[in-house]
Write a protein that binds this ligand. Sequence first.
Ligand code: FAD
Ligand code: NAD
Length: 473
Amino acid sequence: MANSYDVIVIGAGPAGYVAAIRASQLGMSVACIDEFRRKGSEPALGGTCLNVGCIPSKALLDSSEQYHKVTDELAGHGINVSGVDLDVSKMIARKDKVVADLTGGIQQLFKANKIEWLQGHGKLLSDRRVEFSPHKGKKQTLEAGSVILATGSKPIEIGAAPTDGERVLTSDGALEMTEVPKRLGVIGAGVIGLEMGSVWNRLGSKVVLLEAQEEFLAPVDHQVSRDAKRQFEKQGLDIRLNCRVTETRQGKTVSVHYEDKDGSQNIQVDKLIVAVGRRPNTEELAHEDVDLLTDERGFVHVNDHCETNIPGVYAVGDVVRGPMLAHKGSEEGVMVAERIAGKPGHVNYEAIPWVIYTDPEIAWVGRTEKQLKNAGTPFRSGTFGFAANGRARAMDKTAGMVKILSHAETDRVLGVHICGSQASELIAECVVAMEFAASAEDLARTIHAHPTLSESVHEAALAVDKRAIHKAN
Ligand code: FAD
Ligand code: NAD
C-alpha cells in the first residue's frame, strides 16, 4: 500500500466506486476506503445500493412478483397451477447470491483498474490527508491530490419505534426475513415502505402502512399518486395517512400505538419496519480541526460541481443535497473525477429519473403539475391510460397512465409521470427527450413500435395537442 495517491475516495457505494473507476480511467492513482461489512463480517464493495438497497430489494421484488404471478395471475391466462410451495429461505439465498455476484464484480473492476481497496474507516484530516483505520491493523495517514467524500446514508431512527433487528427492523432487516410475517406494520409509506410492503404483501403478509403526512406520496404528481394508491389498496396494502406513531411495545407481538384524526389507535403486528427516510453518514467523517461545512441536517455542503468548502475536497451521492438515488450519486462521481482531471464534467439535476418499483411501477422525470402551478409556469398536459394500449391489454397490465407536461408557449417537455407496468424502462425515452430539450411534438412525431407500452408515451404526447388517436380528446 502506498501512502500517497492522486485521488482518495471515502465510500465505495455507487457514488464512490464509480468516481474511483472514472478517476482511474483518466490516469490517476486511486485508493477507495470503505468500512462496510456484509452481515457484520465480510467486507464488500458497492455500499448501500448493492448490499442492502437497490439490488437486494429488486431481487426480492422480482421473486415475490413471480410468486404472485403463479398464485394470482396465471389462472387468468388459462394456466392452472397447483401445489405451489413457497421457500422464503431459498428466496433470500438467491437474493444474497445476486448481491455477492455484483459486489464481486466491482472487486474485479477495481483490480482491472488498479484501484486500491482499503477496508476500514476513512477520516478527512487537514491538507487533503486522510486517516485510514483498517478493520485489522494500525491507523495510517495517507495523502492525496484530491479527496472525494462518498459516505452515503443510513436509516433515520425514531424514538417511538426503536429498532432491535428482531421484530422492529430497518430496511436492512426487511431484506433478511426468512419467514412471512402474518401481520407486518410499516412506519412510513414512502419509497422503501411501498417496495418492502409490496414484497411481503405478495408473499402473504397482511400489511399496514402508517404514514405521517396527509398526502400520499407527496413528491409524486397527484394524478399518478391517486391512481397508484387505488391500485395498491386493491392489492391489499392498508395505507393509513395522517398517523403519528407514539409508542411501540414488544411482547410476543409488536403493539404499535398511534394517533390519527379520530384519536388514539393501536395495531398488533408480528414485525414492524421503520422506513421514515435516511440521513447522511457524516459522523467521524472529518477531524474536528477540519472545518468541513455541513447543513442543519448533516449533509455536506457542496456547490453544483460537488466542491465542498475545502479546496481539493469533493462530496457526492447521498451525503450531499438532492435525491438519494444511486444513479444521481454515480453521475456526480463521474463529474467530479472528470473535473479533477481538468475536463468539463456536469450533472443535469433537472433530468434525474425517479422510479418506485411497485406494481404498477411509478416513474417520473422533471416537474409535477403542482410545481409548475406554484412557479406560475404556463403548461399543457396530455394523458393516456394503459387500458387503451394494445400491448398492455395483451399482457393484462392495464392499470395506470402516462402524463406529459409541456410548456404552453414553447411546447418543451417539462415533466413526464408514468404509473404502469415497466414504467422504469419507459421513463428512459422521456429522460432523453428532456436532455435534448425536446418538445411534446417531437415525441408525438417519433415513430413508436406497435404493439408496445411505449405507444402510451406517444399517445400522451399527441394528447398534449388534443390529437391522441386511441382516445376521445
Ligand atoms: P452508499 O451506497 O450508502 O455507500 C456509502 C459507503 O460508504 C458505504 O459502504 C458505507 O459503509 C461507507 N462509509 C460510510 N462512512 C465511511 C467512512 N467514514 N469510512 C469508510 N467508509 C465509509 N436508489 C436507486 O436509485 N434505486 C433504487 O432502486 C434504490 N433502492 C433502494 C432500496 C433500499 C432498501 C435502500 C435503503 C436504498 C435504495 N436506493 C435506491 C438508494 C440508494 O441505495 C442510495 O441512493 C445509494 O446507495 C447512495 O450511494 P452512495 O454511494 O452515496 O452511498
Ligand atoms: P422516503 O422519504 O421515501 O419516505 C419516508 C416516508 O416516511 C415519507 O412519506 C414520510 O412522510 C414518512 N414519515 C417520516 N417520518 C414519519 C413518522 N415519524 N411516522 C410516519 N411516517 C413518517 O424515505 P424511505 O422510504 O425511507 O427511503 C429513503 C430514501 O432511499 C428515498 O427517499 C430514496 O431516495 C431512496 N430509495 C430509493 C428507492 C428507489 O429509487 N426505488 C427505493 C428505496 C429507497
